[in-house]
Write a new protein. Structure first.
Length: 177
């Protein structure tokens, strides 16, 4: 009987902690892989244990082992594939052009501005034929560069898988804090 009371007390404590974290604004993982399509700036969280770190001119991102890097000749880009999805990250003065190529009224489903990876980003969800997509861009006012991410996949779940990696991005100024 004592064990039953101990377990009940533990469950109450865990539930209270969970409620307290949510009240403090802690980010919890998105359970619905379609939610990001309706609300592109919906925050997400992941356990990155075992994920591989990649650097793009000082910007760090963690990617799950299931995603493989696709080598490209451009040193200002990183490309990844996971199942039926692909992600392209580009850092350059004209990287905003990549974003603008998808930011068209006939493609954009929902758009927003929000915190992605610790900095304010513009983002939107889109659909091209049978592909779902997510695009985001961050401005680096000090350097005059843009970081742009384009993710495309056959299903919202495929895109959600790679989209979670964007919440692991650490910008150079953030590492010093």
């Amino acid at each position: 009987m004592k064990n039953v009371f101990c377990m009940a007390a533990l469950l109450v404590a865990v539930s209270a902690r969970s409620v307290a974290l949510q009240a403090q604004g802690a980010i919890t993982p998105i359970q619905d892989n379609n939610a990001w399509f309706q609300s592109p700036c919906l925050p997400d969280s992941v356990d990155t244990w075992g994920w591989t770190r990649y650097d793009l001119h000082g910007i760090r991102i963690r990617v799950p082992r299931e995603a493989r890097q696709v080598k490209v000749p451009n040193i200002d880009e990183l490309h990844f594939r996971a199942g039926q999805a692909s992600m392209r990250l580009q850092l350059a003065r004209d990287a905003s052009r990549l974003y603008a190529g998808y930011d068209r009224p006939d493609l954009v489903y929902r758009s927003c501005a929000g915190d992605i990876g610790g900095l304010l980003a513009e983002a939107f969800s889109f659909r091209v034929g049978t592909y779902y997509g997510f695009a985001a861009r961050w401005a680096d006012a000090d350097r005059g560069e843009w970081l742009t991410a384009i993710i495309q996949g056959r299903t919202p779940a495929d895109v959600a898988f790679l989209r979670r990696t964007l919440y692991t991005i650490v910008f150079p100024d953030e590492r010093r804090r």
